[in-house]
Write a protein that binds this ligand. Structure first.
Ligand code: COS
Length: 383
């Protein structure tokens, strides 16, 4: 695997970092306290190209490769994971599902709006009673003439109250994962309601919602893919989503490393720099190794995706390692800061609160281990 970035990849990373250092980092604490980013940041991020990174130019995107995408996700994770989540779900989970499985009309309808940031998408898979066990979701879609009528409930949906369109997974038959179908549902459809989930530990700047679908009627042209193909669409998109989460986690580890070095080299205790204490150096060394190791796992996934190779197990490994590393690094960054790390004047405590969910959503660490274990042994622990 060639680790050298092209001039274009390097240029995008520099542009992204510079933009976020000016437009996001100075505001992230306030956004976190306000429980919402300033939504004007969406248009600004779209101008840089964040929402269309991997959407082809013919649909208004940048048509970039996946390595460029993960570089962008790392920078977003370093700056503010709430922003990374908004982009990852709209451009990633939603946009890539439409790009991969949509008809030409569906791509024309939604992708330019997603790439330009004029519309946000969300991904309605998780339900109150089906998190890890996504194949058993219970929302229903009943065929009625040329329409479908959707009923059900979705939970923990990123962008849910801000999105213009929801990719909703609903059951069209009782055949487990094979009975799930995907639908593109405009969020202003009659019977569709989104309510914000309050009181989250982290990711406070992004909207997380509960969705209620009550006799929501959509035409059959809103179906994404074939009947019964929905679970595959969800899993295919989640494979890439996990790489995106992992890339964001690399950014968290990198951010923890940078802020810890900065604090440890500027604060004095016992008459010398904190950085002069071996135990502080040990904490920083662990972050540095974790950043490199996680980044290499993520870049391997991007390389596999760009070459069209299978990458599902590599994605599980990257997501497992990087998310656990992000929690470790953020916890240790607080340790470097001492008491000061416990308040939001410094970024360490926000990194920890934001990192914690990374081991949960888009497949818990336990699910990733079982997927890796299944790939290694050939034995399926889910049955
Ligand atoms: N890509 C494409 N297809 C996939 C796939 C993938 N990564 N994983 C499974 N499938 C397909 C299978 O090939 C199978 O298709 P066939 O019926 O044609 O054989 C079908 O989907 C069912 O697969 P499987 O039997 O493995 O489904 P399970 O119900 O056992 O689900 C797990 C397996 C647990 C891995 C899955 O439910 C999962 O990933 N859960 C976590 C969900 C999650 O991440 N939720 C968080 C969402 S936050 S947006």
């Amino acid at each position: 695997m060639d680790l050298t970035l092209t001039d274009e990849q390097q240029a995008f990373r520099d542009l992204a970092r510079d933009f976020l250092d000016h437009e996001a980092v100075p505001h992230r604490t306030q956004w976190d306290r306000d429980e919402s980013v300033d939504l004007e940041i969406i248009a600004k991020m779209a101008e840089i190209g964040f929402f269309g990174l991997t959407i082809p130019e013919e649909y208004g995107g940048l048509g970039g490769d996946y390595l460029t995408y993960v570089l962008g996700m790392e920078e977003l994770g370093r700056a503010d994971s709430a922003l990374r989540g908004i982009v990852s779900v709209s451009n990633g989970l939603f946009g890539k599902s439409v790009l991969g499985f949509g008809t030409e009309e569906q791509k024309q309808e939604w992708l330019p709006r997603i790439a330009s940031g004029t519309s946000l998408g969300c991904f309605g898979l998780t339900e109150p009673d089906t998190g890890s066990d996504a194949g058993n979701l219970t929302s229903r879609a009943r065929r009625d003439g040329d329409d479908y009528v959707l009923n059900g409930q979705k939970l923990f949906i990123t962008n849910g109250t801000w999105a213009d369109v929801a990719l909703v997974f609903a059951r069209t038959s009782d055949d487990g994962p094979r009975g799930v179908t995907a639908f593109l549902v405009p969020t202003d459809a009659a019977g569709f309601e989104a309510r914000e989930v309050k009181g989250k530990l982290g990711l406070r700047g992004q909207a997380t919602a509960e969705l209620f679908l009550s006799d929501v009627r959509v035409p059959s042209s809103a179906r994404l893919g074939e009947e019964g193909q929905g679970f595959k669409i969800a899993m295919t998109s989640l494979d890439k989503g996990r790489v995106s989460v992992a890339a964001g986690c690399v950014g968290i580890v990198q951010g923890c490393l940078e802020t810890s070095v900065s604090y440890a080299t500027s604060r004095t205790q016992f008459g010398k720099q904190l950085a002069g204490f071996q135990l502080v150096q040990a904490l920083i060394a662990d972050m540095s190794v974790d950043a490199d190791a996680a980044r290499l796992l993520v870049w391997r996934c991007a390389d596999l995706i760009d070459r069209g190779e299978p990458f599902g197990t590599a994605a599980s490994k990257a997501k497992l390692f990087a998310s656990e590393a992000a929690v470790r690094a953020a916890n240790n960054a607080i340790q470097v800061y001492g008491g000061a790390g416990y308040v939001d004047e410094h970024p360490a405590e926000k990194y920890l609160r934001d990192a914690r969910v990374m081991t949960l959503y888009e497949g818990t660490s336990q699910i990733q281990k079982l997927l890796i274990g299944r790939a290694e042994t050939g034995v399926n622990a889910f049955v």
